[in-house]
Design a protein around this ligand. Structure first.
Ligand SMILES: C[S@@+](CC[C@H](N)C(=O)[O-])C[C@H]1O[C@@H](n2cnc3c(N)ncnc32)[C@H](O)[C@@H]1O
Ligand code: SF4
Length: 453
């Protein structure tokens, strides 16, 4: 797939607030009025296999930029209590999933490596007690390099983990100090090398562009250092600055945050550097080596998207466990309680900690398929889609999108000739805004979403 081309005027025109479409409808559409039996039926009637996401919320120290659901604490025993409740939650879901096999499991957070080796063992023991794994499952974990020793990494491998994702963000010291996350490049280089030696099959690094004091020269150097470490995948997230939602971000002085034009230059530079180094630009914020399963899945038209972003698997078969996790199985979405005390209270009262849900109707499913195809593959065959979804005419069905797409077409970001809707190279950066044209629920310009770039 070719790379992105640039135009600064378009950047100013299309850099709106918009969803990342890790699901459609987005999590904001979930309702407090829902039926638990519908969720249970969705799980029971799903296929033979499921993917599992476990949320581990604890971190030792606050990174000021953080937009994740986390609990900052020095008290290790808090994780023991959490693991008890997580096991009780697994037991609650078990009756619906006991015949299914788990083909992917991902530990995210917060910081899963906040857990000690002993706690990690205990957690995985519980997982194996309650779930059956498929052959050769993908078992992955998010690692904060500062909370992972060589011994812990070895231990993870022994527990069956075969994929790791490291939080890096930036190597520049001035940026690291401003975000309250100082970590040496040597530590990360060492852990990456050891991960390779230990036989982890896939290694990902997370970076963020748009952080305080980032400049094109310094970020270029950080990207170069990442390239030298040669991870299989690289995420370059756009810094989502929403201080009203994430109080820690108020500690970042507004004037230290790069202006939109600088921020875009950082992304432009990263895309150019990573493409030249042989990484495939998957889309939005993901890059992968050409032989990585993500890049292969995209080339073969099998790429998917779920709450973890681009993925080879797990769309509509993802069961999330733990505080704040979101699930999507068989056309039903549901979210767990976000705050720990309330999460504990619900489990104590014998309830699954579900606070919101939504069942997709036929129109939602059709639009979800369309948005997924555009965001993953940047092209859709309108005739084939029409036949697959049994609609009379593609553009009659999506007539409300026509005026919204018009400026994108006029500016050369979208092309609608020869029975296809194609996001052009120039439009790939704006794929979130293009998908939004087909979003029936979106109040355009909603402030609760972060900027598209
Ligand atoms: C749960 S953390 C990864 C694991 C571990 N807690 C760590 O930080 O190393 C997930 C990732 O989300 C990204 N992230 C967090 N807050 C963000 C924000 N406000 N904007 C963009 N990306 C963000 C960071 O790249 C981070 O590595
Ligand atoms: S970025 Fe990671 S380590 Fe930092 S506060 Fe957020 S979840 Fe915790």
């Amino acid at each position: 797939m070719s790379t992105v081309t640039w135009d600064k005027e378009l950047i100013e025109k299309y850099n709106i607030n918009g969803p990342r479409y890790t699901s459609y409808p987005t999590a904001l559409m979930l309702s407090e009025q829902f039926s638990e039996s519908r969720i249970e039926a969705a799980l029971k009637n799903s296929g033979d296999e499921l993917c599992l996401y476990l949320h581990l919320p604890f971190c030792h120290k606050l990174c000021y930029y953080c937009g994740c659901n986390k609990v900052i604490t020095r008290h290790q025993h808090k994780a023991d209590k959490y693991l008890d409740y997580l096991a009780r939650e697994m037991a609650m879901y078990q009756p619906m999933v006991k015949d299914k096999k788990i083909r992917q499991i991902h530990l995210g957070g917060g910081t899963p490596t906040f857990l000690t080796e002993q706690q990690l063992t205990r957690l995985m023991k519980r997982v194996h007690q309650h779930f059956t794994f498929a052959d050769n499952p993908e078992v992955s974990i998010e690692i904060d390099p500062r909370s992972c020793s060589d011994e812990k990494l070895r231990h993870l491998r022994e527990l069956g983990f075969n994929r790791v994702s490291y939080g890096v963000q930036d190597f520049d010291k001035k940026v690291q100090i401003a975000i309250n996350r100082v970590q040496d490049i040597e530590l990360i280089a060492h852990q990456l090398k050891l991960s390779k030696e230990l036989g982890f099959e896939s290694i990902n690094l997370d970076l963020i562009y748009g952080l305080p004091y980032q400049r094109p020269e310094t970020f270029k150097k950080s990207i170069q250092q990442v390239i030298e470490m040669a991870p299989d995948r690289i995420s370059v997230f756009s810094y989502a600055h929403l201080p009203q939602r994430f109080a820690g971000q108020k500690k970042i002085p507004e004037e230290s945050i790069p202006q939109p034009s600088v921020k875009l230059h950082l992304l432009e530079q990263a895309i150019t550097q990573l493409s030249e180094a042989g990484y495939q630009f998957i889309g939005m914020d993901h890059f992968a080596k050409k032989d990585d399963s993500l890049a292969v899945a995209q080339r073969e038209g099998r790429l998917q998207r779920n709450f973890q972003g681009y993925t080879t698997d797990g769309q509509d078969v993802l069961l999330g466990l733990g505080v704040s996790s979101i699930s999507q199985v068989n056309g039903v979405l549901w979210q767990h309680e976000k705050e720990l005390p309330a999460y504990y209270k619900m489990i104590d009262s014998g309830q699954k900690p579900i606070i919101k849900s939504m069942a997709l109707n036929d129109e939602d499913k059709l639009r979800a398929a369309l948005i997924s195809q555009i965001i993953c593959h940047f092209e859709i065959d309108t005739e084939a889609f029409k036949a697959q979804w049994n609609i009379d005419d593609f553009w009659v069905h999506f007539d409300a999108a026509i005026p919204l797409l018009k400026p994108f077409i006029e500016d050369g970001l979208v092309n609608t000739s020869n029975g296809k809707l194609r996001v052009t190279d120039l439009g790939r950066l704006w794929v979130r805004s293009i998908c939004a044209c087909f979003d029936e629920y979106l109040n355009h310009g909603q402030k609760r979403y972060s900027k598209v770039v």
